[in-house]
Design a protein around this ligand. Structure first.
Ligand code: SAM
Length: 351
């Protein structure tokens, strides 16, 4: 998953795969043991991909150590993991591709590590043949992190994280798994009246729809973005879409349970100088439309203007995650009402 979303993914795994045992979280990865069928983890939505971990072993830092990597790989039997990925046993013409990442100090590149791993795979699996980055039956992933390597086999097809080929995306669209993480953090409930005031192409709305909801409402000032949202979500009768200015939402006060949104923050969407005023107006609108028990989950790179604006609007702000996204580090913040005294209750208002 996107680095920063590990805890969200853990929570989704706990809820959706109760039989799975969480083992360890690394940057951008959650390792878990699942006894049930390999299809079950494909229900996860905050992850970009699902893999079967086939091996975890030490690696040295120098190019000379690639020989050891190759011979360790030559001892690793990948047939069971390959069968899980292919839905059948790997056969004579099974092509594979090793996609490698490397973090830490090594005198070899990730490409050299991938080549060494591929030589080991070929030595062990008679009949398998090397594929290319774009054409292969099996994708093997080699992650070299410091003095350790993880070798896994990918279960999910490339379109998994884009939810198939059918979705329309606007230029500033969120990746569906990130949108899903925001939705998951809002704690979907069947009675929710849910709003994304800056819905763009409707990625967040679309990710809310797999769960029961009373209403799912989206708006944007761009007609073009709304046309994409229409394509993505308007088929669901719980959805309504509207062209609006989020600074003046056409929604009655205290009628919304959850606001989840990806605020405009990059230069591609909003002029930087406009941000404090827009965030102020939007925070006031969020505070106005939310029911007293409601809450918001917001993604932005402009954390300070949002914190100031939300607090001035009477909302408590809690940072929940920092992401690594396209070279930026936007934060996910949870907004909710202060207690009636205007101060936060020490236990977060829970009894
Ligand atoms: C970061 S994008 C949202 C992308 C969306 N989450 C998606 O996945 O497609 C921010 C959106 O805010 C919209 N926007 C900017 N200012 C607005 C305003 N005052 N009222 C409503 N929408 C606005 C832009 O048109 C843009 O679609």
């Amino acid at each position: 998953m996107l680095p920063g979303l590990e805890l969200v993914a853990e929570s989704e795994i706990r809820a959706k795969l109760p039989e799975a045992s969480l083992q360890e979280s690394l940057r951008g990865k959650v390792l878990f043991g699942a006894a049930a069928s390999p299809d079950r983890p494909l229900a996860l939505r905050t992850v970009d991909n699902v893999y079967v971990l086939a091996g975890r072993f030490p690696v040295g830092p120098r190019r000379a150590h690639l020989k050891d990597l190759e011979s360790t790989m030559a001892r690793l039997d990948l047939r069971e993991a390959a069968a899980a990925a292919l839905g059948r046993r790997a056969g004579k013409y099974t092509s594979f591709y090793v996609n490698a990442s490397r973090a830490g100090k090594h005198t070899y590149s990730r490409f050299e590590a991938a080549e060494a791993a591929a030589r080991g795979v070929l030595a062990r699996h008679a009949g398998w043949r090397p594929g290319s980055a774009t054409e292969h039956d099996l994708e093997l992933r080699l992650d070299v992190v410091g003095d350790e390597a993880l070798l896994s086999v990918r279960l999910t097809p490339p379109a998994f994280r884009f939810r198939g080929a059918g979705r329309a995306f606007s230029p500033a669209a969120l990746r569906p798994p990130v949108a899903h993480a925001l939705v998951w953090l809002s704690g979907p409930e069947p009675d929710d009246r849910f709003v994304d005031p800056f819905c763009g192409s409707g990625t967040i709305l679309a990710e809310r729809l797999p769960y029961p909801a009373r209403r799912v409402i989206g708006g944007d000032r761009s007609a073009e973005a709304l046309a994409a949202a229409h394509e993505n979500v308007a088929g669901d009768r719980r959805v309504s879409l509207q062209q609006w200015d989020a600074r003046r939402l056409p929604l009655s006060s205290q009628t919304i349970d959850k606001v989840v949104t990806n605020l405009p923050f990059g230069r591609q969407v909003l002029n930087q100088a406009e941000i404090p005023a827009v965030y102020r107006a939007v925070s006031e609108e969020i505070a106005r439309v939310l029911t007293p028990r409601g809450g918001a989950v917001v993604l932005t790179e402009q954390v300070t203007p949002l914190e100031i604006a939300a607090r001035d609007a009477g909302l408590a702000v809690e940072p929940v995650a920092t992401l690594s996204l396209k070279g930026l580090n936007p934060k996910v913040l949870r907004l909710r009402y202060h207690s009636r005294t205007g101060r936060e209750e020490p236990n977060g208002g829970k009894r």
